[in-house]
Design a protein around this ligand. Sequence first.
Ligand code: HEM
Length: 126
Amino acid sequence: MDILGIFTYPFFYLMVMVLIILLIGIYFVLSHKPENWFFYHKLFMGLGLIIAIIGFIVLGVLSLTLINLILGVLTIILLVLSIMGGFIANKQQDNKLRSFHIWFGRAVYIIATIVLIIGIITFLLK
Ligand code: HEM
């Protein structure tokens, strides 16, 4: 498959959109703006995860290879753990949990990006 083929693949657009939404959600934390940035952090992270899960079930299951299906499920599990960690850290007001959430969240974002890149590579090798 050539590189242009990827632009005819709806699942690709969906996952790029998820990564952009999650990045916007992380940006709210980094900038601490606008005033209710924390609400937007939760909103965008939640939205990104919901779109990822729905997109994965509706489009991914039909079109992905086994290895990408497994990587996708693992990424979604990591994102769910991030959300749970965020809520727990916030509720307990514990600084250690909070920095764990921050580092875990950064790692999960990087993993999600790598999974998308692996997906593109497998698509090209098909
Ligand atoms: C998919 C889910 C989530 C991911 C991947 C995620 C990721 C992140 C990242 C990467 C940061 C640090 C940004 C940086 O400094 O580089 C962060 C900060 C934070 N997140 Fe999340 N987050 C998620 C959901 C949540 C939720 C649901 C909550 C709370 C209910 C939450 C609470 C926080 C808090 C309290 C901070 C620290 C804010 C600060 O100290 O300025 N997160 N998150």
